[in-house]
Design a binder for this molecule. Structure first.
Ligand code: PLP
Length: 280
């Protein structure tokens, strides 16, 4: 299949990067994943705004003005105009001799491609998750391709046959290895505030909007692990995760939370999420 690489469409196996690309050598790069429901983009502007924020934070000078049109083109060229799909975009700083500081005036390396993804049916699933220490750095608001800590954690849960990780730092839940966490207690939704400890999830933002529409109060505050016993429902949000109920949390071989049924607040938000993303 085709990719858009440094300004041209080409078969993926013809796209080549230098061994001195700082994305390859140092993980000096960013990425974004935008969902398309039946070929139509969802929150495309938010995904572009987050990329621009991240580019600015790590000082990569890259013009994003053509990306909206290119994302639509990627979906249509891949034959996914009527299908559920996602577009992956990656910007690395570019090719330069290896140094820790970044050199000036390097041309960023850009890659984009569309791929089919199953977005329907999430309301009929539940995830079992591993609770473990958040090993990541202190700028998790930057959607960096340096994902070693996420990879290490997620590989542990995968080996145990689990679906995702809930990460904790200093006794509080931060987020999932690739999702945002929401807790429901006494009808109130809790989720970690935006800031350097989490990625500002686009789906997080959508779900907070849905809570407001449904009169579900939202508290953007970190949730303590010690209060897990008082929790009624837990769900995770993300671009491909959407709104996924958590049925079990495991920590050091023990079940520390179990909720075999999808709770009523989660259900309501799932229904509202489907209504918002279908027939765009
Ligand atoms: N948190 C992390 C660490 C992620 O990697 C992701 C998405 O991949 C999310 C949260 C969810 O963000 P979004 O809803 O924008 O996909």
């Amino acid at each position: 299949s085709e990719v858009y690489f440094n300004g041209e469409w080409m078969p993926y196996d013809q796209a080549k990067i230098s061994v001195f690309d700082r994305g390859f050598m140092l993980g000096d790069g960013l990425y974004e994943v935008t969902p398309f429901y039946e070929g139509k983009p969802f929150r495309l502007e938010d995904h572009l705004a987050r990329l621009e924020y991240c580019l600015n934070e790590i000082m990569i000078d890259f013009d994003t003005s053509s990306l909206k049109a290119l994302k639509l083109e990627a979906v249509s060229r891949a034959g996914l105009s009527q299908k559920d799909a996602a577009v992956y975009m990656q910007v690395s700083r570019g090719v330069a001799p290896r140094t820790h500081y970044f050199p000036e005036d390097v041309k960023p390396t850009f890659l984009m491609y569309a791929f089919p993804v199953k977005l329907e049916g999430f309301q009929h699933k539940q995830w079992r998750v591993l609770v473990s220490e958040d090993l990541r750095w202190h700028r998790c608001d930057i959607k960096s391709t340096s994902l070693l800590a996420n990879i290490k954690s997620n590989s542990e849960s995968h080996r145990l046959g689990l679906d995702e990780n809930l990460l904790t730092r200093d006794g509080y839940f931060t987020e999932g290895s690739h999702s945002t966490i929401f807790f429901i207690r006494n009808g109130i939704a809790y989720t970690h505030p935006e800031g350097p400890q989490i990625l500002s999830g686009i789906t997080r933002k959508v779900v907070i909007e849905l809570c407001r529409e449904l009169n579900i109060p939202v508290k953007e505050q970190a949730f303590p692990v010690s209060e897990l016993e008082s929790v009624d429902e837990v769900f995770l949000t993300g671009t491909t995760t959407q709104v996924m109920a958590v049925s079990e949390m495991i920590s050091e071989g023990k079940t520390i939370y179990a909720q075999p049924e999808i709770g009523p607040v989660t259900r309501k938000l799932q229904e509202a999420f489907v209504a918002k993303t279908r027939n765009l």
